[in-house]
Design a protein around this ligand. Structure first.
Ligand code: SAH
Ligand code: SF4
Length: 392
């Protein structure tokens, strides 16, 4: 049994003129308090209230003076996205559809990996402009970038759903993957700000190995990240040669495989030892799942320190691709393991899964479909396994 709700969250109404403190990084909050003539230690106090304790009402921030609280009421707000749908399933999976300013909806999913780890899949844009041929978000087209508050707001909502946090050493959300709707590197600064908040001890205090950015390969943005932030990087490769990748991931025409892998190597060079890139490879029957594709992939990846995460294609309406048979998936995995790679297959639950990244919003909006299917969502999170084992 799962519980579902269409309640809205107790957030304040949209007030464009107020600064939303939810999305401010520590240096930005320092600047904000300085502009109010306040000392910098206010930053750690307020950040803890917001991100550790999930507080959005200044009156509850009891270690702030009354005068400051009044000032904050006038000038600022802590405003998360509005919850339009949530589903907490017995297996620990939690899903939200969130409405952001302007009325668009995004999705966020929390998936338990084991007793200790819960991975949150976070969206970075409403829709996506990159139009990968196998992706339902891409088929929706691009609507807009999310703000830092809307991105970190997804972590905030997920953490708050566990109730007031009395022991801040226990984390309801242990891992974040930027694998929801959108291409994070097409929304660079807001995504960087949100990831800084995920890593910051006054924010969510997550380890750099437990925050993963997944990209289809926006090379200039990977270059820009290099040396600027230290998080795990996952690359949506999906094809072992440019001809096929041009078809599946059109941004490849601009930034082909060789250029992309070189950028990955430069990114890795700036990180410490024992770090590697995760290569995501969605397996599509008859398209990229044949033995010759595996052989070519093994060759292409020789120059990169990487682990491979195979994702069985997740079908969605009005798309003709098929998921490969279990045998074909195992055959591909075995070929890559034999070639010396660490290869995981993203788990699927049931054989008729019809929802994944980008598809939950469509289902919730489509009143003709029933909620029973939501619990069949594909967990798209094994990507964190490899980096975690190195960290522990
Ligand atoms: N835009 C980013 C992150 C979001 S998509 C990116 O492309 O990396 C997260 C992962 O799910 C990507 O690897 C993406 O290629 C994959 N994906 C998208 N649609 C899929 C589908 N229908 N079946 C299987 N994997 C899919
Ligand atoms: Fe955008 Fe990623 Fe989907 Fe491609 S796979 S369309 S980059 S969200």
């Amino acid at each position: 049994m799962s519980t579902q709700s269409t309640e809205t969250s107790p957030v304040t109404s949209s007030t464009q003129s107020k600064v939303n403190l939810l999305g401010l990084t520590a240096p930005q909050m320092d600047a904000f308090f300085e502009s109010l003539g306040e000392k910098r230690f206010r930053t750690s106090q307020v950040m803890k209230w917001i991100h550790h304790y999930g507080v959005d009402n200044f009156d509850e921030m009891t270690n702030l003076s009354k005068v400051l609280r009044v000032k904050l009421h006038e000038m600022a707000e802590v405003r998360g996205p509005e919850i339009v749908y949530q589903d907490f399933s017995d297996d620990g999976t939690r899903k939200w559809v969130l409405r952001v300013d302007g009325g668009s909806c995004i999705e966020t999913v929390l998936i338990p990996m084991d007793e200790k780890r819960r991975t949150l899949c976070v969206s970075s844009q409403v829709g996506c402009s990159l139009d990968c041929s196998f992706c339902s978000t891409g088929k929706q087209g691009f609507q807009r970038n999310l703000t830092p508050a809307e991105i970190i707001g997804q972590v905030w909502v997920a953490q708050r759903s566990f109730g007031p946090r009395t022991d801040t050493t226990k984390r309801p959300v242990t891992n974040v993957v930027m694998m929801g709707m959108g291409e994070p590197l097409m929304n660079f600064e807001p995504v960087m700000s949100a990831m800084r908040l995920m890593l910051d001890d006054f924010g969510y205090g997550l380890s750099k190995r437990r925050v993963t950015l997944s990209t289809s390969g926006v090379v200039p943005a990977i270059e820009k990240m290099t040396g600027q932030i230290d998080v795990a990087l996952a690359i949506s490769l999906h094809a072992p040669n440019d001809e096929l990748r041009n078809e599946l991931v059109p941004i490849n025409r601009k930034y082909p495989i060789k250029m992309l892998l070189e950028a990955c190597n430069r990114y890795l060079d700036t990180l410490g030892d024992n770090r590697s890139i995760t290569i995501e490879y969605t397996l599509i029957a008859g398209v990229n799942d044949q033995p010759q594709h595996a052989a070519q992939l093994a060759k292409v990846l020789r120059t990169l320190d990487c682990k491979i995460n195979l994702i069985p294609f997740n079908p969605f309406p009005n798309n003709d691709y098929q998921r490969p048979s279990r045998n074909a998936i195992v055959r591909f995995q075995t070929a890559m393991i034999d070639a010396g790679y660490v290869v995981t297959v993203r788990s699927t639950r049931g054989d008729d899964i019809d929802a994944a990244c980008g598809q939950l919003v469509g289902q919730v909006m489509d009143k003709t479909r029933r909620s029973a299917r939501y619990t069949e969502l594909l967990p798209f999170v094994d990507v964190t396994d490899a980096s975690d084992s190195a960290a522990e």
